[in-house]
Structure formats: C-alpha cells, structure tokens
Write a protein that binds this ligand. Sequence first.
Ligand code: 13P
Ligand code: SF4
Length: 425
Amino acid sequence: MTSFCVAALDRAPKTAGGDGATAGVVTVMGRPWRLRSSWRAHAEQARNDRIILRMGDVSMGTITSTLNYLPDRYVELSDAELDERIQQAKAKLGSRVVILGHHYQRDEVVKFADFRGDSLKLSRLAASRKEAEYIVFCGVHFMAESADILRDEHQLVVLPDLNAGCSMADMADGDQVEVCWEEIAGVSDSTVVPVTYINSTAVIKAFVGRNGGAVCTSSNAQKVMAWAFSRGEKGLFIPDEHLGRNTGYRMGIPLDEMVVWDPHQEMGGLSEEAIRRARVILWKGNCSVHQRFLPQHVKKVRENHPGIRVIAHPECRWDVCQLADDVGSTEFIIKRVTEGSPGSQWAIGTEIHLVKRLAKENPDRTVISLDDCGCLCSTMYRISPQHLCWTLESLVEGQVVNRVRVEDETRRWARVALDRMLEIV
Ligand code: 13P
Ligand code: SF4
C-alpha cells in the first residue's frame, strides 16, 4: 500500500563556503529525510511549495513536485493528435529548438528527435548547437544537466518530465563522495584522480572537476582512465562499479587491484591496507537495468541460437562482459548490428527499446535481448509524447516548463570536468 503525505522543504544554513542551496532534506511528520542528489534540482524548484512524497518509495528518492504536472488535457489526446501537435509545435519553433533523443527513448518520442545518440554524442551535440535557444532533452536528468552545463548563456535546457531520473546517478551522493575522498587521503599518500561516469549528478561532476579529474562516458572510459593514470597512481571511479571494473580490466589492471568502496559502510568497508594497495577504487553503484544480465543468459542464448554474437553494454557485470563477443556503448551496439551481414544473429545486453528498434530496423538479421524478458529503463520511459507535446507547446506560447538548471558554482566546476573529457577524446 502506498501512503501519501505532504512535506515541506528545509533550507540548508548558509555556510562559509556554501551558497545556502537546498540541502536535499525534507521534513516528513517532523522527521528529516535525505533526498538522493539528482532530485535536488527538482526539489529546488519546489521550494517554498509543497511536495508530495510517496512514503512507500522514500528510499528510492521518489519525489514529485506539485508544480509542473502534465495538464490533464494532454492525457486525453489520441496518438494521432499528439503526433500532429508535436509536429506543429516543432515547426513553429523551427531552429529555435533542438530536440535530442537518447537511444533508450520510446519510438513514439525518439522519432521527433533532431539527433539521436549515446551520452557522448549527445553531450557533443549539446555543446555545439549554439543556434538553438531551447535544448529539449529526451533522456534522463543527468543528461539534461550535462547539456545545461555545456550550453551557452542564451540557451536553456528542458527535460520533458522532471521525474526522469537515473537510479545509478542517485547512488553517489555529493556528501558521501566528499567523505570517501577524505578517508582515502587519510590512509594513502598516492595521488588519486577521480573519474566520474557521465551518469552522475552535476554535484559529482563538480567534485571531480575541483579535484583534478574528468567525466567519461561508456564509449571513452578507457581513454579517460588512461589519462587519469598519466596524472596519478590511483583512480577513484564513480558511480558505476561495473563500467569501472570492465574498463580497468581491459587496461590490464588485475581484478584484485580494484576494490569496491561501499558508501554505506565505515571506511567504505575496506581495510587501510586494501586502499593503499588498490589501483582503482570503484564506487558501489550500478544500473538496475544492466545488472540483471547474468552469465547463464549468455550460455542459454548461445545454446538456443548457435552462431549468435553477444554484445553487452559495459554497465553489465564483469563476468557477462567476459563472455560477450563485444562490449560497447549504445552507439557502438547500433554500429555493430547495422554493419553486420544479412542473416547475422545478435543477442544484446542493453535496454529493451533499443534492442526492439534494432530488430525492427534490421529485419534481415535476428536481433534479440540477451535475456528472455528484456529490461526496460523505467525512467527513460517517463518521457512520453504527452510530455513532449506539452513542453513544446508551452515554448511556443513563451512559457518554459520543466527547465533543468544547474546552480552556477556547481556548473562552473562540472564544466571543467566535462571539458576535460571533451579535450581527451
Ligand atoms: P550510452 O552512453 O552507451 O548511451 O549509455 C547511457 C546509459 O544510460 C546506459 O545505461
Ligand atoms: Fe540510468 Fe540504467 Fe536507465 Fe541508463 S539504463 S539511464 S544507467 S537507470
């Protein structure tokens, strides 16, 4: 049973170096609850207002603002009406808007994207489309934040549904990372270079920028990690344990020289000796969609489809990636399948919308999900045609709904970390 209650946002006290921004704490029935960091921007928008917190999901950080709800009038529209209205709004906005769509978006949304891509391609596009006033990002919150960090002053970024977060990004909280950083420094004299996967909040990117590190994506993690090792002896890889391990291993770092820092345990659950010995410290975070793929899925698909090639996204577990024929980003997966020969068979370990689209667009090839059921990224799925229609029509009327805006100081340092990545690759 899900119960609902109304909560009020607390404000953090102004500290010497702080800006008095929302601390990410809400008070519910007199008790403070910490919000996951990617919800803070959202909470910031709802400040001084009421927010509705689903008690059943508090640990998941589910929080919904009473502001910016999809108006009822959009819910009743037919698919055909939605298509027509989105097209009309897009045409009216012309070159003032650019719509970016991640490969995991639904077909009925991604068909309106001016550009589709993986995280790296979309970051580059966000940084280069200077003529557009509005960047409408059909993806998840950290992607829209990255676009906001890279945008020009005259631009703004819209995420059609602000509830489209990323559970992996939520697994690394700014305060937890600061504690980890201090504790590592307390036991090791080595120079540690932080690297954050782009699937992280702007706060984490800013931390990395301030501390001499860089952002990476699934398609450039190895280059960025190599860069990190040219600057220090150790890498701290946040927040995806699997991408960090898969990348380190590909670079020849033995598994026993990579340790996992659990932010919920004292000293990350590690001994001082383990921290000193480690070459890579992996943050204990993962993607719930990709972590579901298991070695037995690879075995079964090979038994059922002799000759099939298995491609895994690097957010999959290490043992799955070891068994796969290829490992790579969404853009890489698309390239491999489309460049494959007619009649070829592919089992893909990634989000189901991309797998189904690849199957539909390549009818002369067999393209199936690595497991039987196929995993959906429920937050990517939040971007609906209704939300896209609403945000575009609002822009036509001169109203900006669901803007994603990274606070100035965070933006400045996060930009340093993102720019370093864009220079490395
Ligand atoms: P890509 O950069 O490979 O598109 O991955 C983004 C993502 O969120 C995968 O889960
Ligand atoms: Fe985040 Fe996983 Fe969804 Fe990618 S697939 S956006 S990592 S939850």
